[in-house]
Design a protein around this ligand. Structure first.
Ligand code: HEM
Length: 507
């Protein structure tokens, strides 16, 4: 998950109004506590000079790439500070580490470099969901254990739902007729919300046709973002009441409870009545019902929280990357005929039917998606928190309490890592290389790395490629400018473009 997924859901007005508060609070935090006080005693990473009190916050918010550019040359090699340095962002010490330390990042255990603590700190998991979920990380545990085993079944559900969701907005077009969609991100978020609901709760479940529940799946993240930004402003102990009074998180959680409690109760009852004859659905709800804690079944409340946490980490991230991919194709018309030829050739081998097996053969589409992930990644990606001083293999020690980000440009824009011309978009960069989009490594860190690498990446890649396959075959689509519009840098992250896309029915 990246900051992009969070910020994309806020309007600019919302971002800047909360951002102003965050900014002020960061300054206050800095003035009451000297942030880098214990770094003298270590061989600590160099601290990049910033403005008095606010440090590097302003630069990072307004143009993160420029800030990184002070430390990285055009080819993204660190020139002034090396690829390990510390910034003051929002009054907090943030250490950026690059390619030279990627092995340290991957190998260091969670008791020193914690993903959960960083996520808790940043995403306000405890304040949003309560400590039971944040102690257990049910959503991660179950996703890791079961998600990738059921891909064929999930693909079937997802293909059906995504086709229908795309038709909702574009299905009324006659062959040759055009329609401009202004807010592509909002459109894609709706499509992915529906597919995610079908995967997590089962396509046949009443939840998948419940307008309020689908609205919650689609919009929950937007409210969580407010909580995250409030978490940068107000003291920790006030966050639960701020969430209650200033966000719709309680309302969304209530909708989820109202929709899912009866489903959980019914499944438990059927299992009790039918015993082994009960044919268990394959979805998150059932995995959680079958799970246990200290020998006891999980409470319905915890199951709902786990599901909403999964919604939180998955829907916006997938919708954002689908939106990027759509702009990457729409803005580069020269590649469409090759993508389309592949679609036709593969589907001809599958009786014209899109299936998981057919998707697996669409190597050009997958190579294109992997390249889209590479070029659209934020410069600072994936985080950890140091629970104790963290010694790097180069001898530097990152103090306890620092948030650590990986400098993705040191890998993704590095010719030694990704091959020649890293600054250009080459959709066939990994074609015939046996490197699918889901294979993580230094040349593909969009899904993170090490033991926390995204367990939902197979689903994400599948959903994105299903949507692209359907759109490519049914529609011609292009941007108004005729080029790939630039991403919008806001608050240290790259938001998807805002340009409309014009769809014209092909068949
Ligand atoms: C294109 C879409 C997605 C992207 C780019 C993405 C990216 C990421 C990243 C970067 C992480 C952190 C990894 C690290 O820091 O090493 C992560 C974690 C996670 N992702 Fe995704 N993700 C996506 C979609 C999904 C989907 C669809 C699901 C579930 C169906 C999912 C479930 C999770 C979970 C549960 C974690 C936490 C893992 C843990 O606690 O160890 N993600 N994701």
């Amino acid at each position: 998950m990246s900051l992009t997924s969070i910020l994309t859901n806020l309007s600019h007005e919302e971002i800047f109004s909360v951002g102003r508060w965050a900014f002020g609070a960061g300054a206050l935090a800095y003035s009451t506590k000297f942030l880098f006080k214990d770094e003298d005693s270590y061989d600590a990473p160099p601290v990049v000079p910033g403005y008095p009190v606010i440090g590097n916050t302003l630069q990072f918010m307004s143009d993160p790439q420029k800030l990184m550019g002070q430390s990285l040359d055009k080819a993204c090699y660190c020139v002034d500070y090396g690829d390990v340095f510390t910034l003051n962002i929002g009054g907090r010490p943030v250490t950026m580490v690059g390619l030279s330390c990627v092995d340290d990042l991957v190998k260091t255990k969670d008791n020193v470099l914690s993903f959960n603590e960083a996520a808790d700190d940043f995403f306000q998991i405890k304040a949003i969901f309560g400590s039971e979920l944040s102690d257990d990380y049910l959503h991660s545990r179950l996703a890791r254990a079961s998600m990738s085993k059921s891909l064929n079944e999930f693909a079937e559900r997802s293909i059906h739902v995504i086709e229908a969701a795309l038709d909702e907005r574009l299905g009324d077009l006659e062959v040759g007729e055009e329609k401009s969609i202004d807010d592509i991100m909002e459109f894609m978020q709706r499509v992915i919300a529906k597919s995610s609901a079908a995967i997590f709760v089962g396509e046949a479940s009443p939840a998948c046709n419940d307008v309020d529940f689908l609205d919650t799946v689609e919009n929950f993240i937007g409210e969580c973002i407010k909580a995250i930004l409030f978490g940068r402003v107000f003291p920790k102990w006030t966050i639960p009441s701020v969430i209650n009074s200033a966000t719709s998180i309680p309302k969304h959680l209530e909708v989820a409870r109202k929709t899912l409690f009866p489903i959980i109760a019914e499944r438990r009852q059927m299992a009790a009545e039918l015993g082994d004859a009960f044919v268990k659905p394959n979805d998150f709800i059932q995995w959680a019902i079958d799970d246990e804690k200290n020998g006891e079944p999980l409470s319905s409340e915890l199951i709902v929280q786990g599901l909403m946490a999964l919604v939180f980490v998955s829907v916006a991230t997938t919708a954002i990357n689908l939106t990027h991919m759509l702009y990457d194709v729409a803005g580069r018309q020269q590649h469409i005929s090759e993508l389309l030829s592949e679609q036709e050739a593969v589907l001809a081998q599958h009786d014209g039917k899109l299936t998981k097996q057919a998707l697996d053969k669409m190597k050009m589409l997958d190579s294109f998606f992997r390249e889209s992930l590479r070029v659209n990644l934020d410069s600072a990606h994936t985080f950890r928190k140091t629970l104790e001083p963290w010694t790097l293999s180069n001898g530097m020690v990152v103090p306890k309490g620092h948030t650590v980000y990986f400098l993705s440009d040191t890998a993704h824009l590095n010719a030694n890592v990704v091959g020649e011309a890293p600054e250009s978009f080459n959709p066939w960069r990994t074609l015939n290389t046996n490197k699918p989009s889901t294979r993580v490594g230094t040349d593909n860190i969009a899904f993170g790395f090490g033991r926390h690498a995204c367990p939902g990446r197979f689903i994400a890649s599948m959903e994105i490629e299903i949507a692209m396959s359907v759109l490519l075959r049914k529609f011609e689509f292009r941007t108004i400018s005729g080029t790939r519009p630039a991403n919008r840098p806001v608050l240290g992250t790259n938001l998807t473009p805002a340009e409309p896309i014009i769809f014209k029915r092909r068949v």
